[in-house]
Design a protein around this ligand. Structure first.
Ligand SMILES: NC(=O)c1ccc[n+]([C@@H]2O[C@H](COP(=O)([O-])OP(=O)(O)OC[C@H]3O[C@@H](n4cnc5c(N)ncnc54)[C@H](O)[C@@H]3O)[C@@H](O)[C@H]2O)c1
Length: 351
């Protein structure tokens, strides 16, 4: 039985708790939150996607207010890190150094240097470090990747992704609107689609972004074209300045040579495949959501099962790098070249 703790019991901490509790072979033995009111009723239901609300039964679970104390006192195998983003690196490195496997929420860190230190800690410890890029595990997105990769419907002509939220209004008084703590909209929200674009097509050669800012809180909306060595058009739009009644939306359209895939989070069926033969098919998807599926995957990796590398820490770091390029492009109004994972090394060899 895997003994698991959760660090940070806000929106995502509750989500991880729900997922761990429904997974066989694992038990949540401790939760830690620095805010003594984090377990109150008022702390519920604060995020984008429903699922973390409802009664939290903490019977038999030890509650800590201090992470270091929990690390010292609890015999643990794994930790879910669901605290604000600027705190991810220190907590991840401490947990890995203490011999725990770590599932750390996305984005892994605010910058490449911190993300690199997290990867080095994982390599040093030999433990699993997984970053919570849950969209790679989201059933309809995973199915879309399977269909695109199969090549059955030809190559991708165009793919557009969209993610819109009311975070700026709903979480006005929180760490989210402080770019020093959250990284701002692009790193916090839009990275889901940036990361999925990387998963589907690899690291783009360049990005060309346009953004709009709000007076308090910086970049609030972004549209990016991801450039590859062919002429497919890959676009993603992200924004968190929607008003609360709008709620949340994630969508995509993928035009293949002989079929069209489209997904709408609020529609039933969510994912459809329209074919050249005039049929509309509902591709069968795995049950559940990306949160539960990523946690199941993490548990299987800890147990040493032979599962594919759905998301590596290096890929999570590359998603940070692409976001940095998108922000630079939105700021300067010019396309930004990304280069390969060893771009700095390659360019130093070139001179
Ligand atoms: N994968 C996704 O779809 C998704 C969705 C939302 C948030 N997130 C990510 O999850 C992380 C948490 O976001 P959230 O919405 O749950 O935030 P939140 O504000 O709802 O919860 C964070 C919790 O951490 C606690 N905390 C802060 N500092 C702490 C410390 N030093 N020790 C212990 N507890 C501490 C806070 O008291 C709070 O209860 C962020 O990195 C965010 O980007 C991911």
């Amino acid at each position: 039985m895997l003994k698991v703790a959760i660090l940070g019991f806000g929106f995502m901490g509750r989500m991880h708790y729900r997922c761990w509790r429904s997974l066989a072979g694992a038990t949540v033995t401790a939760v830690c939150d620095a805010d003594p009111h984090a377990l109150d009723e008022s702390a519920r239901n604060r995020g984008n996607i429903a699922g973390a609300e409802g009664d939290v039964d903490l019977a038999g679970v030890k509650v800590y207010g201090d992470f270091e104390e929990m690390l010292r006192q609890e015999p643990l195998d794994a930790l879910s890190i669901t605290i604000p983003t600027h705190l991810h690196p220190a907590a991840t490195i401490a947990a890995l150094d203490a011999g725990l496997h770590v599932l750390c929420e996305k984005p892994m860190a605010l910058n490449l240097a911190d993300g690199t230190r997290m990867i080095e800690a994982a390599q040093r410890s030999g433990k699993v470090l997984q970053i919570g890029h849950c969209i790679r595990f989201w059933p309809e997105y995973a199915k879309a990747k399977e269909i695109v990769d199969s090549g059955v419907h030809g190559r991708v002509i165009a793919a557009t992704f969209q993610r819109l939220a009311a975070t700026a209004a709903r979480r006005q008084q929180t760490w989210y609107v402080d770019a020093e703590r959250s990284g701002g909209m692009a790193l916090d929200l839009h990275i889901h689609d940036t990361d999925f674009v990387q998963y589907l097509f690899g690291v783009p050669q360049n990005v060309c972004s346009h953004g709009a800012s709000v007076p308090a809180g910086g970049l609030a909306h972004i549209v990016t074209r991801y450039g590859y060595d062919d002429d497919k058009l890959v676009l993603a739009e992200g924004g968190w300045a929607m008003m609360p009644p709008f709620g949340f939306q994630m969508r995509f359209h993928i035009a293949l040579e002989s079929a069209t895939l489209d997904f709408d989070f609020h529609r039933d069926p969510k994912l459809r495949l329209s074919t050249a033969a005039g049929e509309m098919i509902v591709p069968p998807c795995e049950p559940g959501d990306g949160y539960a599926r990523q946690i199941e995957h993490f548990a299987r990796r800890i147990r040493g099962e032979d599962v594919p590398d759905v998301v590596t820490p290096q890929e999570a770091l590359l998603s940070l790098r692409i976001i940095e390029a998108e922000r630079e492009s939105a700021h300067t109004g010019r396309p930004v070249t990304i280069g390969g994972p060893n771009a700095e090394e390659e360019s130093s060899h070139a001179v």
